[in-house]
Write a protein that binds this ligand. Structure first.
Ligand SMILES: *Cc1c(COP(=O)(O)O)cnc(C)c1O
Length: 358
């Protein structure tokens, strides 16, 4: 028998989440499948989401793999190309590129074809990560319009606070002002903006995390903002089993660093899942977990291959009991919040040793 941990990918949930995105907007859908489809398997996700109008990711090799698998949609490189030597592949596989810097525009002279490159000109609307400053956009736009390599231009930006209280008002107004003189397609919205701010939808939306069934909003962020309330279904369920039980007496300590000390006698279960599987080591005592479908809590420090579940309230639970770390019945956002992170990081952190089943 194998070690009992596994990540189950629910293909129906992915499809259903794409339908939620479709229902929310009339804009074209660019499904974000970077980071191996947020840990769900890039090709698997692309196949299930093949009704998308486009796919976006980072690595040119992944984009080539998508094309070779037969995808004909727009494929966008979210950081564009990294050097002029990438441009032969960009042209051969007809990849669209984010253009975020003057250096990239200069490098475009090496593009081997005329009139076939689709570019997404990125505006820095306040996040200060990638993109042209507002006062640089007109010149970049002019250079791209005149450039022999370029076919279509899309103007894009990315929000820093669409999932936060602050929202999008400031960067949206800035972007709209910059885009006003141009008759080109626009793209602004990540999942949070797609779900919350219809005024950001433009021509292309770029949902990521919602497709995988997690809410982009913090748990307790407000009425109607949980994944369930948004109609999203978790695409990944990480599960395992209890492989041992310990009976503690008052005063007994648990795990590395003795992070937990029993105040009275109690039972704990040892779960075959640790940080080498991608479970966050920083998850403290009290992180939610399901044992035999019942809510329980972790205790002690997560170790490389195992963690501890409090079985005090689950007298029936024992060796072999099913454990859900996140997914069906236990929103990944809640686990992430307890561990001081976000669902995105947990999904991406799933490690190669965890068997993925569909
Ligand atoms: C990752 C990413 C997205 C998707 O963000 P979500 O919050 O997962 O919806 C959209 N646009 C860009 C530029 C991104 O890098």
């Amino acid at each position: 028998m194998h070690r009992p941990i596994q990540a189950r990918i629910n293909l129906g949930a992915l499809e259903s989440n794409l339908r939620v995105a479709r229902r929310t907007t009339s804009a074209r859908l660019m499904s974000i499948i970077k980071a191996n489809g947020y840990g769900h398997g890039m090709l698997r996700v692309a196949e299930v989401l093949s009704a998308s109008d486009g796919f976006a990711l980072l690595d040119i090799q992944d984009a080539v793999q998508l094309r070779e698998a037969g995808f004909r949609q727009e494929i966008l490189l979210l950081e564009g190309f990294f050097g002029a030597e990438d441009l032969a592949l960009v042209a051969e596989y007809h990849l669209a590129c984010v253009i975020h810097s003057a250096g990239q525009i200069a490098a475009l002279d090496a593009y081997p074809k005329n009139g076939s490159l689709d570019v997404w000109l990125k505006v820095n609307s306040g996040m200060n990560r990638l993109g042209f400053a507002p006062n640089e956009v007109a010149q970049a736009m002019e250079q791209l319009r005149r450039h022999r390599a370029v076919r279509e231009i899309t103007l894009m930006t990315h929000f820093a606070n669409a999932d936060e209280e602050r929202g999008v008002a400031e960067p949206l107004a800035l972007f709209n002002g910059i885009a006003a003189p141009y008759r080109v397609a626009r793209s602004l919205a990540n999942s949070a903006a797609l779900l919350r701010y219809p005024e950001t939808h433009g021509d292309w939306v770029r949902p990521g995390v919602m497709l995988y069934g997690a809410s982009p909003f913090a748990p307790g962020g407000g009425e109607g903002l949980s994944a369930q309330q948004l109609g999203l279904q978790p695409a990944m369920t990480l599960s395992s089993r209890i492989i041992a039980v310990q009976e503690l007496r008052a005063g007994d300590e648990v795990g590395y660093g003795a992070l937990f000390r029993a105040e009275h006698s109690m039972r704990i279960g040892i779960v075959a899942c640790g940080y080498a599987d991608g479970y966050p080591r920083h998850a403290p005592n009290g992180t939610p977990i399901l044992v035999d479908g019942q809510r329980a809590q972790t205790l002690g420090r997560v170790s490389m291959d195992m963690l501890y579940a409090d079985l005090s309230k689950l007298p029936q639970a024992g060796v072999g009991s099913a454990v859900t770390l996140w997914g069906d019945g236990l929103p990944i956002e809640e686990v992430a919040r307890a561990a001081g992170t976000i669902s995105y990081e947990l999904m991406c952190a799933l490690t190669a040793r965890v068997p993925v089943v569909v």
